[in-house]
Design a protein around this ligand. Structure first.
Ligand SMILES: *Cc1c(COP(=O)(O)O)cnc(C)c1O
Length: 454
């Protein structure tokens, strides 16, 4: 069927302010052509991120009223802990205000100068926390994971041979082995259950704790159910349990697959590590039964975790991405295939081949999508990664534009509208011009730099 059936009715609405093209041309010029500088009221479809931007359900909002704000021993904590443990059989569940707070605590234990930490691909904040501790992070995703046209079903898999060599070469300097499901920085591509088990077995053989960055565990389990031989008749709940049964711990951003607007957690099996982590938690986040969250947040997450594994939801979620991807592909727009779990990526370097990478083709697409359609996307390319520590500038490996899809927030009509905007853009793509950067800060320039059109 062509129609995506959104498995929910709308009970509460948030109006979208309609803007005209002329208005948007002025607004983006006023923000020096930086999409991060726009007010979100001036955006019609906001695809900047899927983090914390999902819609909570009526049951989650009802659960908010049950939040018990006691400092210690709140029943909201125990409901949250039980909801996590129902999916992930891990011993100690430590709530934090976001995923990066869980990472900061984990690497205050495992990090430090001289340490080496492997992952399929470290997410930015994971790498940031590792490097801030003085340690180094390394990405060992399979080669297909870096090939935008490979149709490998599990492009997020760890390269097992590379991991084995890594563990042998780096020996005692490796404090833990990490694996990110789905592989966010690698386009939201999934990791197979077989690969998760192989990574776990290898970590165990070398005596290293195995930590899963589980931000999109439900999307990953859906891909396992669809694509991995022998998994078709199993429930998402059971697949998720199997993924985490072979882990020694996890970090989590509840702003992704827990339907939260805020939240996260760190989980560990080892009693001594958990004790150390809780001491750090008390210093930086809060008492162990609330961490960085209010009781009402814990309630919303406990309920969200029961909803995220619903197969009707997951079908709608993944179908939306492939619906958009297939139509862009049919228009002849180069996209990263297959669609990831939380986003669709357009290959702007290939699409706007007349714009030099150092004139930011990805940024040109992102600005045009806003001017034409009020759509806010995110350049992941030379603007984000081009500036080198020695001050020179080189093209990034790719110039992509990410369309991150918030959970339960937009409908198929919004998707059709986006596709129409792309169709119009495709017809005039040769007229698009590149950009130059007139001012940039010394670090993470993409958030605040000022552009002008060439
Ligand atoms: C979002 C994310 C994080 C960080 O979580 P925050 O809640 O944004 O701090 C870590 N890892 C991955 C894979 C993520 O997607």
């Amino acid at each position: 069927m062509k129609t995506i059936f959104e498995p929910f009715r709308i009970k509460s609405v948030e109006p979208i302010r309609m803007t005209s093209r002329d208005e948007r041309r002025q607004l983006i010029q006023d923000s020096h052509y930086n999409l991060f500088g726009l007010k979100s009221d001036d955006v019609m479809i906001d695809l900047l991120t899927d983090s914390g931007t999902g819609a909570m359900s009526a049951a989650q909002w009802a659960a908010v009223m049950l939040g018990d704000e006691s400092y210690a021993g709140s029943p909201s904590y125990y409901r949250f802990r039980d909801a996590v443990q129902n999916l992930m059989p891990l011993k100690h569940i430590i709530p934090t205000h976001q995923g990066r707070a869980a990472e900061a605590i984990l690497f205050s234990i495992f990090g430090g100068p001289g340490k080496n930490i492997p992952n399929n691909t470290h997410f930015d904040t994971t790498r940031g926390n590792i490097e801030a501790s003085g340690a180094m992070g390394h990405d060992l995703v399979i080669a297909e994971g870096k090939d935008t046209s490979s149709l490998h079903p599990f492009k997020g898999n760890m390269d097992i041979a590379k991991l084995e060599a890594y563990l042998e070469n780096h020996g005692d300097s490796v404090p833990c082995v990490m694996l990110t499901i789905t592989n966010n920085a690698g386009g939201g591509q999934p990791v197979s259950l077989e690969n998760i088990r192989a990574v776990s077995a290898l970590a165990k053989a070398h005596g290293k704790p195995f930590i899963i960055d589980g931000c999109r565990f439900a999307e990953n389990a859906w891909f396992i159910k669809q694509r991995e031989p022998g998994q078709q008749d199993r429930s998402i709940h059971d697949i998720v349990n199997d993924c985490f049964a072979c882990a020694d711990g996890m970090t989590m951003s509840a702003k992704k697959d827990a339907f939260g607007n805020i939240g996260g957690w760190l989980a560990l099996n080892d009693d001594d590590l958990a004790e150390t982590a809780r001491a750090c938690l008390i210093r930086t986040e809060g008492f162990p039964t609330y961490g960085g969250l209010a009781g009402r947040d814990l309630e919303a997450l406990a309920q969200g975790l029961t909803e995220i594994i619903d197969e009707d939801y997951l079908r709608y979620r993944i179908q939306t991405n492939s619906y958009i991807l297939d139509r862009l592909d049919a228009l002849g727009i180069p996209v990263v295939k297959p669609a990831g779990g939380h986003a669709v990526f357009v290959d702007a370097r290939k699409w706007l081949s007349h714009i030099d990478p150092l004139c930011y083709p990805g940024h040109a697409v992102a600005v045009a999508l806003y001017e034409l359609g009020g759509i806010r996307s995110c350049e992941i390319g030379t603007v984000m990664f081009g500036r080198q520590p020695d001050g020179t500038e080189v093209p990034a490996a790719m110039d992509l534009v990410r369309l991150a899809i918030p959970r339960r927030t937009y409908t198929q009509s919004h998707a059709d509208y986006m596709i129409e905007v792309f169709e119009e853009l495709h017809a005039m793509k040769d007229e698009l011009r590149g950009f130059k950067i007139d001012w940039e800060p010394s670090l993470m320039r993409h958030f605040t730099c000022k552009f002008s059109r060439l």
